[in-house]
Ligand binder design. Sequence first.
Ligand code: ZN
Length: 398
Amino acid sequence: MQDVRFFSALSKQYAEGKLNKVELETTLFYPDSEGGQLGDRGKIGNADVLKVYRVDGGALVHEVSEPVTDTGRPIECLINGSRRLDISQQHTAQHLLSADIFSLYGYETVGFAMGEAYSSIDIDGDQWDWERSESAERMMLEQIMAKVDVEILEVPKNDIHLYPLRKKMSEKIEQLGTYRIVKIGHIDYSLCGGFHVSNLAQLGTVKIIKYEKVKSDWTRLYYLAGFRALIDYQKKTRLLHETTRSLSTSVDELNYRIHNILTEHQEAKRINRKLSENLASALYNSFRSQKATDNVKTVVEILPSEEIAKGLSGKLLHEQNTISFLLYERPKGNGYILSSTQENWNAQSIFRKVKEFLEIKGGGTEKMIQGTVEGNITAVKEKCESIIKSYFSSGGLL
Ligand SMILES: [Zn+2]
């Protein structure tokens, strides 16, 4: 679609906070969300149009990127034609999709929303599946390939009964003198004030990308038309190519492959949990055989995982006079669990002492703190050992 150019004088220009707003004496910009569709974008003089909306049914306000330079002469305005084509495609696709679903399954369209990324319709039935989507898509593509004209008919009130409208008109529309009917061949007759393509061939294709239940017995169908459908197909083809390649499988085998990987993953998790429990128990037993110094036992260890650290620290919390600092490596940095059942030196005060020497973060109780600590894990371990050792060698006076 060609860009639309027109000239208009400014009728108002003002700022609201950081937003620049312009009103024109005459405008051809279509406002956002009127009739459930997206608004136009483009330029007013030097400024980009970011948003267009109507204030209480009155003047159209154009939100712009910067103040418009006012020369006192009419200002050149430009409406982006490719965006209007996109809007027309999504909108016309809605008429076609709604008409075909009604003819195939008898469901009426009860809601419509057009978004910057995708559009959706709500239909008044809940029996839906991929096969139904695919049948509707095929029917639309046949109609698109048949290059059916899309016409706009201005019909006087008295003649409206001659047209087989898909939907009854609302009371608000009934008060009008003439009606605007969008006629798609003999496929659909609908009252509508929005933008449409002039021939179905301009839709390219219409693709349903998702469906879900809404309310108690409605279905919401998400769809794309024109370039949006092509871009989506390209994105998914590329993603599928990369996924099948990294999993060394084919598109047809992908589901089966993922199912197997998930099963293997569950099994590996189960084995890992069991091994972690066993290792925590073995470490605990070796701790119990350790001799206490000054009636206190201390453990500073680097463990293979958080799960093992949790298992061991859980057991150590039941021991009297025990201080433990269990370190483990994570994908990003080191984790630790610090616990103390020693009366004079609780986890919070050990944490404060360690913080004087190391970049440590964490939170918890008087008995246990969990968090992260910066630095080489072996160096961290040695530092913590020396802090704890010097506490006891100085008789607890740090
Ligand atoms: Zn329409």
